[in-house]
Design a binder for this molecule. Structure first.
Ligand code: NAD
Length: 300
């Protein structure tokens, strides 16, 4: 079998298109423009690239984009004061503090100081609790994007066996909650799981969120299963020239694609969906803040 490639780039463009249409309607019918504020502390080059691309896409869908850059040695009090200002700004519907934060800042404290209704990353403890209890939450963007692709491919996920490899708060745990919410039978595997290969072979859906290049080989995959590869790993690629690198996922793409029914590539799979879902979450937050109907197909 050769797997169907789930094109995350195209799907993300479709999601951004849906967000853009809804934003245009909000503006025309209600005079409301959703606003997203991104707070970046320090000069981490990868974070700067992410923030730039988030800002660009926010503007492209017609939203207001605000960026606050703070020095790497900013005090916790000053950062919390900035978040407080944004919490109280009615033109801002989504607040994202770019992680990781420098070591002297308490990330949990900072994230939990964001108004949960504006927590478009879905990391606030209230949103984690709401998601875990099946209530209306702001849902973390990467798992939400993965769920959207799964729903789009399968329709109903009810009764499917899903194995999530990785138990991080950002990806693994919320992914498992979302799959449970869609009535999958969910197993969360992690670094201490015994006989991971046997666990993964049971899965109709495999979500790999580990951060280890190409660790899942094709012979772990049940024939016909759907593989969602969340991992982003940079490897040296001397075959492309001296000093060149390439991005690979957590699954060995070639051998998994030969067995799976469907698979997301890296790059061009889950990655583009993450920013698209950030925009979708900002729109959702704006609709909720204004007691307006939420967009359909863009939430969990
Ligand atoms: P993390 O380091 O916080 O968590 C990794 C998890 O993998 C841990 O729970 C750990 O128990 C598990 N693990 C480690 N070694 C293992 C092993 N040998 N067998 C089984 N499980 C093992 O990472 P994260 O933040 O969840 O990110 C995971 C990957 O997803 C990374 O490559 C990251 O870059 C990528 N990521 C991508 C996006 C995106 O937009 N596509 C977003 C977030 C993270």
């Amino acid at each position: 079998m050769t797997a169907t490639v789930i094109d995350g780039k195209a799907f993300a463009a479709k999601v951004r298109g849906m967000v853009g249409e809804h934003v245009a309607t909000l503006k025309a019918d209600h005079g409301i423009t959703p606003g997203l504020a991104v707070v970046l502390v320090g000069e981490d080059p990868a974070s700067q690239v992410y923030v730039k691309s988030k800002g660009k896409m926010t503007v492209e869908v017609g939203m207001k984009s605000v960026e606050h850059r703070m020095d790497a040695d900013v005090s916790e009090a000053d950062l919390l004061a900035m978040i407080d200002t944004l919490n109280n700004d009615p033109t801002i519907h989504g607040i994202l503090v770019q992680l990781p934060l420098p070591d002297h800042l308490n990330s949990d404290l900072v994230i939990n100081s964001i108004d949960p209704a504006k927590d478009v990353d879905g990391f606030h403890i209230s949103n984690v609790g709401l998601l875990g209890t099946g209530q209306k939450a702001m849902v973390p963007c990467t798992p939400l994007g993965s769920l959207m692709m799964l729903r789009d491919h399968h329709g109903s996920l009810s009764g499917m066996n899903a194995v999530v490899i990785g138990r991080s708060n950002i990806v693994g745990k919320p992914m498992a909650q979302l799959l449970l919410g869609d009535s999958c039978t969910v197993t969360i595997a992690h670094s201490r799981t015994k006989d991971l290969a046997a666990v993964v072979r049971q899965a109709d859906i495999v979500v790999a969120a580990v951060g280890r290049a190409e660790m899942v080989p094709g012979d772990w995959i049940k024939p016909g299963a759907t593989v969602i590869d969340v991992g982003i790993n940079r490897l040296d690629a001397p075959e492309k020239g001296e000093g060149k690198t390439k991005l690979v996922g957590d699954v060995d793409y070639a051998s998994c694609a030969a067995v799976a029914g469907a698979i997301t590539p890296v790059p061009g799979g889950v990655g583009p969906m993450t920013i698209a879902c950030l925009l979708a979450n900002t729109l959702t937050a704006c609709c909720r803040a204004n007691d307006l109907a939420e967009p359909t197909g863009l939430t969990a």
